[in-house]
Design a protein around this ligand. Structure first.
Ligand code: SF4
Length: 196
């Protein structure tokens, strides 16, 4: 006849009760550690994904991310220039605020992308009082990073672009410069008089 009897914890001898208590605490500790590991893994995975998607490297000091909850996006504006904008991200390099613009489908930096990034540089300079020496364009699914210098030549070029835009907004002539490759896939091609 078996000597083993099933008893409840209440009915167990003191030594057994203590063992069960120790085991219970140990199980609780293990559970907490497992949950903590899962949470940390999720956070690290999320950060890794964020870095991969935004092209932000580990060495960058992140100051703002559009859609980020820890470091929310920053809006910049200039009444003088009549411009406002919000970079996809901001990092700090050498004490400077550096804007980052992400183009998920870009392959190479276009004039439009560069102008947009330079406008952010100009807005940061206006609002913060320090000129960013460069910005970054992050292009394509592989998040390739292109460093765009905020050089005097580029600043002059941007001044020209902004002047042209202002004139157009005030009713000045607009000259279309369509590209055949873009026109080929354009949804309003049939009704466009300047298509190529
Ligand atoms: S078809 Fe007309 S609207 Fe479309 S890309 Fe060409 S120029 Fe622009």
């Amino acid at each position: 006849m078996s000597a083993v009897r099933r008893v409840g914890v209440e009915g167990a001898p003191e030594v057994v009760r203590q063992l069960l208590e120790v085991d219970g605490n140990f199980a609780l500790l293990v559970t907490i550690l497992v949950i903590a590991a899962i949470v940390v893994d999720g956070i690290l995975g999320g950060m890794k994904r964020l870095r991969r998607d935004t092209g932000i490297t580990r060495r960058m000091v992140v100051k703002a991310v559009d859609g980020g909850s820890f470091v929310p996006a920053r809006e910049f504006y200039s009444h003088r220039l009549g411009l406002a904008g919000r970079p996809d991200a901001l990092v700090e390099e050498g004490g400077l605020l550096i804007p980052i613009e992400r183009k998920a489908f870009g392959k190479r930096p276009t004039d439009k992308d560069i102008a947009q990034l330079l406008v952010y540089c100009r807005l940061i300079e206006e609002q913060v009082g320090v000129r960013p020496s460069h910005g970054y364009l992050i292009l394509g699914p592989a998040a390739k990073r292109w460093r765009i210098e905020n050089s005097s030549e580029r600043r002059e070029w941007l001044d020209g672009v902004l002047l042209e835009m202002r004139r157009a907004l005030e009713g000045g002539p607009c000259v279309a410069t369509p590209h055949p490759r873009k026109c080929a896939g354009c949804g309003v091609r049939e009704g466009c008089e300047v298509r190529r």
